[in-house]
Design a protein around this ligand. Structure first.
Ligand code: GLY
Length: 375
């Protein structure tokens, strides 16, 4: 396949996002309304609030333009309100702090950024339940009637946040963070991965005994279905666990889930919300394509056969489909990747979502060698 589109995608990202950044100062965006970023500053603990920071750091790394760094640091400082809010902290701390303060520390060595990232890691480690060897997902402490309802819940998304814990062990030389991350990954292997390589979204444990009780359908279309973003979090999450631990079983696991994902990619290369959604349903989730592509590119690199690898080829197919069919390159609108879906049963589908742009950019940066590796 001709590779010119990769350089073109890189240039268009740079051109478009320069304009987007200039007009989006002070925002913490999630989606767009009429092409314009919304602003979640007043709902600062939302799990996606680090991704715009991640985009800004990827752009800063590639261009060294001061604007990107300044906006990213402003967003990082806003997240301090969440660091001081136990109810706002959850299993998604990697998404929020690895891409903001973690990136800041990697790029400049800033000490305050280091402390923020380590605090987030300590909080995430505190969510570990040694009875079931899992990291608890959501809170319920703010609602007296519901307290304890989520105590036994773990979700596949958490795999993508484990690198925050690996980072903390690498920095502090304290192995506890690493041990917690690896035990959680082992639990996911045991209870979340099906025979065919697909994964469940939500697992429920008895939080006192650790017994695995049941799975739930979550953001996919039904119990027993195959929510594509969940498959993507698992692919990328397991290869990242491999990169940090060098345990072969994590790479094998990433490959198994990726093989299942690849076998289900439609001819068009665009990805549905759920691989098992009803035949007439055409809803897509471009975020799943971008995340899975990032994971597959890392598998190809780790397995050592680069561009020849079936994982590299599949990633390129997914990314080319996004570039060719799902990117809005207009300089007037703020987001790039179209047709993203948060959850199958939500009222709205197929809109822009900030992490669709983040992972698309990260994937293109991987292909062009400009990535600031943040995981
Ligand atoms: N982490 C939640 C989601 O992927 O929608």
């Amino acid at each position: 396949m001709d590779k010119a589109w990769i350089g073109d995608a890189q240039n268009r990202i740079r051109e478009k996002l320069h304009k987007t950044a200039e007009r989006s100062a002070h925002k913490v965006p999630y989606t767009t309304r009429n092409g314009v970023f919304d602003d979640w500053t007043d709902n600062i603990s939302w799990w996606t609030n680090g991704f715009w920071g991640g985009i800004l750091w990827q752009l800063y790394h590639a261009t060294k333009e001061k604007l990107y760094r300044e906006l990213a640091v402003e967003l990082e400082e806003k997240l301090d309100r969440t660091l001081m809010d136990p109810e706002g902290m959850d299993h998604d701390s990697g998404f929020r702090w690895l891409l903001t303060s973690g990136a800041h520390f990697r790029e400049t060595g800033n000490e305050e950024a280091y402390r923020r990232t380590l605090l987030a890691a300590c909080n995430m480690a505190g969510r570990f339940n040694p009875a079931g060897n899992f990291i608890r997902a959501w809170n319920d402490w703010g609602n007296k009637e519901a307290r304890g309802e989520n105590a036994g819940i773990a979700i596949i998304d958490c795999m993508m946040n484990l690198p925050l814990l690996y980072w903390a062990s690498e920095q502090t030389k304290d192995p506890r963070f690493y041990q917690i991350a690896a035990r959680h990954a082992d639990t996911v292997i045991r209870h979340f991965i099906r025979e065919d390589g697909s994964v469940i979204h939500i697992g429920e444990f008895d939080p006192y005994t650790g017994e695995f009780l049941r799975s739930h359908g979550g953001q996919g279309c039904a119990h027993g279905s195959s929510w594509t973003r969940g498959q993507a979090w698992a692919i990328y999450g397991f290869v990242l666990s491999y990169l940090h631990t060098k345990r072969e079983k994590y790479l094998e696991c990433a490959e198994r889930i990726a093989d299942y994902f690849i076998a289900n990619i439609p001819e068009s290369g665009t990805i549905p919300v759920d691989f098992r959604q009803p035949a007439g349903c055409v809803w897509e989730d471009s975020t799943a394509a971008a995340i899975a592509a990032c994971g597959m590119l890392e598998i190809a690199k780790a397995a050592g056969n680069g561009e020849e690898s079936c994982y590299y080829q599949a990633a390129r197919k997914l990314l080319f489909a996004l570039y060719d069919k799902r990117c809005d390159w207009s300089p007037e609108t703020d987001a790039i990747v179209q047709k993203c879906t948060a959850a199958y049963h939500d009222r709205e589908h197929e809109f822009t979502i900030i992490y669709g742009d983040y992972f698309f950019i990260e994937a293109i940066w991987k292909l062009t060698g400009q990535e600031l590796f943040l995981w």
